[in-house]
Ligand binder design. Structure first.
Ligand code: NDP
Length: 249
């Protein structure tokens, strides 16, 4: 349970990557300013987080199950937070989807929007009333450079992040007078399982119906240059965690 003076921070998608590292960085804050509620949809994946949190686990870091695609799970998670009091919500959970539109089913596209867009909407809808009542709060959203710029064969992921950016900009304006801030973080490439999954997807990718020039551009220009950018400029989850800490301080 949080001490008085500690800010309660709830983070989505803490089983790996950026979410895990933000949770650990805040929970191990030298001044113990945060009580972190690290959430993940499958608590059987908690070991990596628990190990990285070390002695912060059970003290400044506790765990709750949360699937951002489920109304029921979101409500039950927020209801189990003492007094529903959350000072800072970090919407980190996200999924990618790479490939030509011709080879992606509408069901797969909906899954991306359910997570990256409606997942954020569900969370904000649930925490916003209490933040407005207390006239205090901060909502942080993990967007992407792909929330600002379209990228070939990343159409649906990009669209989900654009949608989230638009939604959050509107929320920021509406919540300002309640002293509730909304911030977006837009990382470039970060070395996480997200990157590994994308590379696996590329290896298996088929291009039925996609036009030959676009496929050639993707394989011969876009992919090699993305890999170079990743290698030369890819950030670590620690970099993004430090940046997130600055944003909420
Ligand atoms: P990871 O794949 O390592 O982490 C994604 C996290 O989201 C996992 O914990 C995953 O849980 C969780 N998640 C997925 N679906 C749900 C769901 N329905 N409910 C709750 N949690 C869910 O990737 P990253 O750490 O890289 O990604 C984190 C965020 O950063 C994403 O929003 C991504 O779009 C964004 N980002 C990533 C970049 C990169 O290059 N890596 C660049 C820019 C932005 P589970 O283990 O259960 O699947």
């Amino acid at each position: 349970m949080a001490n008085s003076g500690q800010k309660v921070v709830l983070i989505t998608g803490c089983s790996s990557g950026i979410g895990l590292r933000i949770a650990v960085t805040l929970a191990r804050d030298e001044k113990k300013r945060y009580h972190v509620i690290a959430t993940m949809r499958d608590l059987r994946k908690k070991d990596k987080l628990v190990e990285a949190a070390g002695d912060a686990f059970g003290k400044t870091l506790t765990l709750l199950p949360l699937d951002v695609c489920s109304d029921e799970s979101v409500k039950s998670c927020i209801n189990s937070v003492k007094d529903r009091h959350i000072d800072i919500l970090i919407n980190n959970a996200g999924v990618g989807l790479l490939g030509p539109l011709e080879s992606i089913s509408i069901e797969e596209m909906k899954r991306v929007f359910e997570t990256n867009f409606f997942g954020v909407v569900r969370m904000i809808k649930e925490v916003m009333p209490d933040m407005k009542k207390r006239r205090s709060g901060h909502i942080v959203v993990m967007s992407s450079v792909m929330g600002l710029q379209g990228v070939v064969f990343n159409d649906v992921y990009t669209a989900s992040k654009f949608a989230m950016e638009g939604f959050c900009e509107s929320m920021a304006v509406q919540l300002m007078k309640f002293n509730v801030r909304v911030s977006m973080i837009e990382p470039g490439p970060v070395h996480t399982e997200f990157e590994t999954k994308m590379m696996d997807d590329v290896a298996k990718m088929e291009y039925p119906g996609a036009d030959a020039d676009t496929v050639r551009y993707f394989k011969d220009v876009y992919l090699p240059s993305s890999i170079d950018i990743f290698e030369a400029m890819g950030q670590t989850p620690e970099d993004i965690a430090k940046c997130t800490k600055k944003v909420i301080e």
